[in-house]
Design a protein around this ligand. Structure first.
Ligand SMILES: Nc1ncnc2c1ncn2[C@@H]1O[C@H](COP(=O)(O)OP(=O)(O)OP(=O)(O)O)[C@@H](O)[C@H]1O
Length: 314
């Protein structure tokens, strides 16, 4: 369990994290979502005691990082996969980490096996591909068999197979009852990976909810109707003060009304419908709508949208 309360970090005039409070529970992958510069990495560094909050605090299983007796046994993290010494083998790196943290040596072979690096364990980490480095980073995070795991943008730069593997791996760790907190600016990836979301923009909390709720609450929900009598239906909707967003000869897109309301109105006036479909917003829609004010360095909304859209497509 991770609990952030009133977490704030200032760098001079810049407020990187602004009075952030949220809880991350065990048993699920929780996505930490926000546009670039939103404050995700700063928050994660504070969780790990690598940066001190200006005010507020983070507790991991009820304790501040500095109060943990054996930090690696409580919380494992993958912040930057390339920090390993390039001339050290994967196994030597893990043995060094284990020795300096009082972790039994047998864990080294266990975690190498777990992340699929056993066959390359004696090769220098400097020659590893990004995907292999990420796996070594995961092995390092798992060394102390911690209950809480933090991953900062773990799929950045990976190919689809690598992304799929990491996603399944994180879900497996959550299914074991661990707390898994993973940051990303890739919305579509989070929609597939995370059950719960903490969404931030410009250091502030925008939402904490399930991924499904986030889409339901923020995505524009509209109804598509196809009818040979669309113009008549449009007039009736206007009489009821219901907005028709777009209309074609036989097709209407309606905002702010349910399929039940529209179906009943049509039935009362004996209007034939060929289609009546609720259109749920995608996670991308929801995210853009909720963070459009909070994308850093935005000069116009168009530019901000493009920034986010690139994040989605990448
Ligand atoms: N050491 C620092 N000194 C000054 N400003 C900083 C420092 N670290 C981060 N910032 C600023 O704080 C803000 C939040 O940065 P942070 O890296 O936490 O965001 P992020 O959400 O992780 O973004 P990204 O996805 O781009 O890494 C940014 O405006 C960044 O420029």
């Amino acid at each position: 369990m991770i609990e952030a309360s009133g977490l704030t970090k200032r760098y001079g005039q810049k407020v990187a994290v602004d009075d952030l409070s949220f809880t991350v529970k065990p048993g699920h992958v929780t996505g930490f979502l926000g546009p670039n510069g939103a404050g995700k990495s700063t928050t994660m560094r504070m969780m790990l005691g690598l940066d001190n909050p200006t005010s507020g605090e983070v507790r991991i299983n009820g304790k501040r990082y500095g109060e943990l007796r054996n930090p690696l046994r409580t919380v494992g993290a993958l912040l930057d996969a390339k920090w390993v010494h390039p001339n050290r083998s994967a196994r030597a790196h893990l043995r060094w980490m284990a020795r300096s943290n009082g972790i039994p040596m047998q864990r080294v072979d266990e975690v190498l096996e777990q992340v699929g690096l056993t066959d390359v364990a004696r090769r220098n980490a400097g020659g590893f591909s990004l995907g292999m480095s990420q796996r070594l980073g995961l092995a390092t995070a798992l060394l102390g068999d911690p209950e809480v795991l933090l991953f900062d943008e773990p799929v950045n730069g990976l190919d689809p197979e690598g992304i799929h593997w990491i996603r399944r791996f994180m879900q497996g760790l959550a299914a074991e009852g661990r707390t898994v907190f993973v940051s990303s600016h890739l919305l579509s990836e989070m929609a597939l990976t995370a059950e719960e979301l903490v969404v931030i923009g410009r250091g502030k909390l925008i939402a904490q909810c399930s991924t499904a709720e986030f889409v339901d609450n923020a995505g524009s929900s509209s109804v598509l109707v196809r009818s040979p009598e669309a113009p008549q239906l449009q007039r009736l909707l206007g009489d009821e003060q219901i907005t028709v967003r777009s209309s074609e000869a036989d097709r209407l897109v309606i905002d702010g009304a349910t399929t039940e309301q529209i179906g009943e109105l049509a039935a009362q006036h004996r209007i034939v419908l060929h289609e009546l479909t609720a259109q749920r917003g995608s996670l991308e829609d929801a995210f853009m709508q909720m963070t459009s004010d909070s994308v850093e360095y935005q000069t116009t909304l168009g530019e901000a949208t493009e920034l986010t859209a690139q994040g989605v497509a990448r």
